[in-house]
Design a protein around this ligand. Structure first.
Ligand code: HEC
Length: 242
C-alpha cells in the first residue's frame, strides 16, 4: 500500500476512535452519572459496560497513534536528532528506548494507582439505601438476617408487614414466601431462575396493581438470587418475627 494512503487510513481510524472516546466519555459524565449502575441502562448497557467500552476505545486509539508515529519514525528521529545535535541517530535504538520509557511510565502509573486505592470511610454513605448494601456478595457468604431481610424490611415491610398486608401478603413470615397449605410458594430454594419472587422484583411481572413499587435494584436482586440459590435458609431468630 502506498505510504500516503496508509497515513490517511490510519488518521481516519484515529479520528473515529477519538470521536468514540468523546461520545462514551459524554455518556459516562452526563447520561449515566456515577452511581447509576444499579438504576440506569442505555441501549442495553449499564454505566460499567460503557466505561469498559470507553477504556477499550482509548486503548485502540493509543495503538493507532503508535502506528502513526511508527510511520513517521524516520522523520521524527531525524528532526529530534538534529535538534539535539546527535551525529548518527539510530532508528532502532531510539525506537526501543522510547518504547521502554513509555512502558515504564505506564507500569509505574498502574502500580501507583493500584497501590493508592483506599476505601472511603463508612461514615460517608452516598445515600441512605446504598449504605446498607455494600460489596457484591458470593452465595457462600449470604446471611439471611444480615444480607437479605434488610432488603425486605426497607422495600416491602411498609405494605406487607405487621401493620398492613396488601394483597394478603407478608414478607416477615417465611410461610408466606415459601408457601404452605393453600399458599403458593414465591421462593423455590436453589432455583432463583424460576422463583416467582425474582420475576416480581425484576419488573418482569407487570400485570398487577403497583407493579412498579415491587422493582428492586440490580444489586438487591443479585443478593436475593444468591440467597435463593444457596438454599434460601431462613434461620430462626428469637424476637425477629414480628
Ligand atoms: C407501596 C406498597 C407496596 C410495596 C412497597 C410492596 N408491595 Fe407487594 N403488593 C402491594 C399490593 C397493593 C399488592 C396487591 C396486588 C394485587 O392486588 O394483585 C401486592 C402484592 C404482592 C404480592 C402478591 C401477593 C399475591 O398473592 O398475589 C407479593 C408476593 C408481593 N406484593 C411482594 C412484595 C415484595 C417482595 C415487596 C418488596 C420488594 C413488595 N411487595 C413491596 C403493595 C406493595
Amino acid at each position: 500500500m502506498n505510504r500516503t494512503v496508509a497515513n490517511i487510513i490510519i488518521d481516519l481510524i484515529a479520528v473515529l476512535l477519538f470521536l468514540g472516546m468523546i461520545a462514551t466519555g459524554y455518556l459516562l459524565r452526563f447520561a449515566l452519572p456515577p452511581g447509576s449502575d444499579t438504576t440506569l441502562v442505555l441501549w442495553g448497557c449499564i454505566r460499567y459496560q460503557w466505561g469498559n467500552l470507553h477504556l477499550w476505545i482509548s486503548l485502540g486509539f493509543l495503538a493507532v497513534l503508535v502506528v502513526h508515529i511508527a510511520l513517521h519514525w524516520n522523520w521524527i528521529v531525524t528532526v529530534v536528532g538534529k535538534r539535539c545535535r546527535l551525529l548518527k541517530p539510530s532508528l532502532i535504538r531510539s525506537g526501543i528506548l522510547t518504547a521502554l520509557v513509555v512502558m515504564l511510565s505506564m507500569t509505574l502509573f498502574m502500580w501507583s494507582a493500584h497501590d493508592s486505592v483506599k476505601e472511603l470511610s463508612p461514615s460517608v454513605p452516598i445515600n441512605a439505601s446504598s449504605a446498607t448494601v455494600q460489596a457484591p456478595i458470593g452465595p457462600e457468604s449470604i446471611e439471611f438476617w444480615q444480607d437479605v431481610y434488610p432488603i425486605f424490611e426497607t422495600n416491602c415491610l411498609s405494605c406487607h408487614g405487621p401493620q398492613r398486608q396488601l394483597g394478603g401478603f407478608r414478607v416477615d413470615r417465611s410461610d408466606y414466601l415459601f408457601g404452605s397449605g393453600e399458599r403458593k410458594p414465591w421462593i423455590l430454594p436453589g432455583q432463583s431462575a424460576i422463583s416467582p419472587l425474582i420475576a416480581l422484583v425484576s419488573a418482569a411481572k407487570k400485570d398487577m396493581p403497583m407493579a412498579d413499587t415491587h422493582t428492586l435494584s440490580e444489586q438487591d436482586i443479585t443478593r436475593l438470587k444468591a440467597w435463593i440459590d444457596s438454599g434460601a435458609k431462613w434461620p430462626v431468630k428469637t424476637g425477629a418475627e414480628k
